[in-house]
Design a protein around this ligand. Structure first.
Ligand SMILES: [Zn+2]
Length: 320
């Protein structure tokens, strides 16, 4: 039995990844998500990690999609994991008897990238089941007054684009997320040689093989993601942008068109050229534990930044 175990748990669209560090040996567990309430699953994983590490926890960090109230440890609007007003922090604290810190997943990774790289201004653009960004400015993660800063997946990309899961039309997420890319390919029946395309990775593979329809879909996504990178640099003045998430695991078929569109933007606009000069744009690469490592950092750092005041339910932006 050892004390001083720090837990980091990452809640993903399809799985949970957790790690226990500080004990005799680090313990890592990845589990598929089921349909049970997310707080119960996180608590179960925390217990299993502690049992495997043979210790008690000193702090827990949880990275999750959705809107996170870092003060209350509550997550809501996490449509992809079915979490609506879940008191994740309190549930975990009660179960493991240690302080729990909940952070938005992309913001947690941005904090990790800032800490590991020694950068004060970083944006992490996550492109997976959904699209969102975590931004660290002057060393502080930016949550905004409503905890929704960085949710650029629901910025308009194309007014003639598809309907988004959020209800709006033409959101970036409706064009460049993994499901959006797969759906576009299915709609266009890209499936060559009678093969049925069902995954985003397939679309990138076929684009890489020269399929013109798949290439068009991939290129369109890349154009809008390049615009998103530009938007992050212009809006927040970050000097480092890292793009990660499941869609980026396609590798160079993802990266090449993104860099081509970034270069085209710099070619077309001296303002964008100046803004992007000296800005590093990197692809994170396939690191299945980055979320758990980020959550571990959140556990160690505790609350940094966060909404200045929680908005009362029903209050609309701009009403006073
Ligand atoms: Zn949307």
């Amino acid at each position: 039995m050892s004390d001083g175990i720090v837990l980091g748990i990452d809640v993903g669209g399809t799985k949970l990844a957790g790690m226990a560090s500080g004990g005799d040996a680090p313990v890592v567990r990845t589990e598929p998500r089921d349909d049970s309430p997310i707080d119960r699953q996180v608590v179960e994983l925390a217990r299993r990690l502690l049992a495997a590490a043979s210790g008690s926890a000193t702090a827990v960090g949880i990275a999750t999609p959705g809107r996170v109230d870092v003060d209350a440890g509550v997550v809501d609007l996490a449509v992809n994991v079915g979490a609506e007003a879940v008191a994740l922090g309190a549930a975990v604290e009660t179960a493991v008897g240690a302080p729990a810190f909940v952070e938005h997943d992309a913001r947690a990774v941005a904090r990790l990238l800032a800490a590991e790289g020694g950068h004060s201004d970083v944006a992490y653009l996550s492109v997976g089941t959904g699209i969102s960004a975590g931004v660290v400015v002057d060393g502080v993660p930016l949550a905004g007054a409503r905890g929704l800063a960085g949710e650029i997946g629901h910025q308009l990309a194309d007014p003639n684009g598809p309907v988004c899961a959020c209800g709006l039309i033409g959101c970036l997420e409706a064009i460049a997320s993994g499901p959006a890319i797969a759906r576009a390919a299915m709609t266009g029946r890209v499936a060559g040689n009678g093969a049925e395309i069902t995954t985003t990775a397939d679309v990138y593979r076929r684009a890489d093989a020269g399929d013109p329809d798949a290439t068009a879909i991939v290129d369109r996504a890349a154009r809008h993601l390049a615009a998103a990178v530009r938007g992050l640099v212009l809006a927040f003045g970050v000097t480092h942008v890292v793009v990660g998430g499941g869609v980026t695991h396609a590798g160079s078929p993802f990266e090449r068109p993104l860099r081509r569109h970034l270069a085209a933007e710099r070619e077309a606009s001296i303002l964008v050229d100046r803004a992007l000069a000296g800005t590093t744009v990197a692809i994170l690469g396939d690191d299945p534990l980055v979320g758990a490592r980020a959550a571990t950092l959140v556990a160690r750092q505790g609350r940094v930044g966060g909404p200045r005041a929680a908005a009362p339910p029903g209050e609309e932006v701009g009403h006073r």
